[in-house]
Design a protein around this ligand. Structure first.
Ligand code: CA2
Length: 142
């Protein structure tokens, strides 16, 4: 699970947009869900674009899939898109908010064309749905 910039602030500001759950709370729910699904999940957060690119490059060494909320880089980063398409590992894009109901600049995702699918708008449950989606994809394709 890769969390992008500013998501470390979750639960402290803008609860009307992003809810009151903290990043630690999201990671804990993911770990609980991963136990139920009998898979392992590791959760990392980076504020810097290059750090996310490095983490995507390293992912196939230890992991079978990526769940990513690239946050603002979703709408700006060709580097993260190229990293995802450059590594051969299935990826699911998640967002807390429904990016298509928000400002127009959030309607475009550079990442969407290189992932299996996108889950957007279900608050912290988007992450659980993202985990279920990647596990189900891996179980049906492997
Ligand atoms: O809805 C999402 O998950 C987003 O990826 C969140 C990003 C935003 O730029 C995307 O358009 C949609 C922003 C994450 C910043 O999170 C904050 C949380 C609390 C306080 C300030 C920022």
């Amino acid at each position: 699970m890769l969390h992008g910039p500013n998501l470390n602030l979750l639960g402290t500001r803008e609860p009307e947009v992003y809810g009151s759950v903290t990043l630690e709370g999201i990671n804990q729910s993911l770990t609980e869900e991963s136990n139920k699904l009998q898979v392992q999940v590791s959760c990392l957060q980076f504020n810097h674009e290059g750090d996310l690119v490095d983490a995507i490059h390293k992912a196939p060494l230890e992991h079978q899939g990526i769940i990513i909320n690239a946050a603002a880089y979703t709408h700006t980063s060709v580097a993260i898109r190229d990293a995802i398409s450059g590594v051969n590992i299935p990826t699911v894009e998640v967002h807390l908010s429904n990016i298509y109901r928000r400002e127009e600049f959030r309607h475009h995702s550079y990442i969407a064309p290189v992932v299996i699918g996108q889950i957007s708008g279900f608050g912290s449950n988007s992450y659980i749905l993202g985990l279920e989606a990647i596990v189900s994809h891996l179980r049906t394709t492997n």
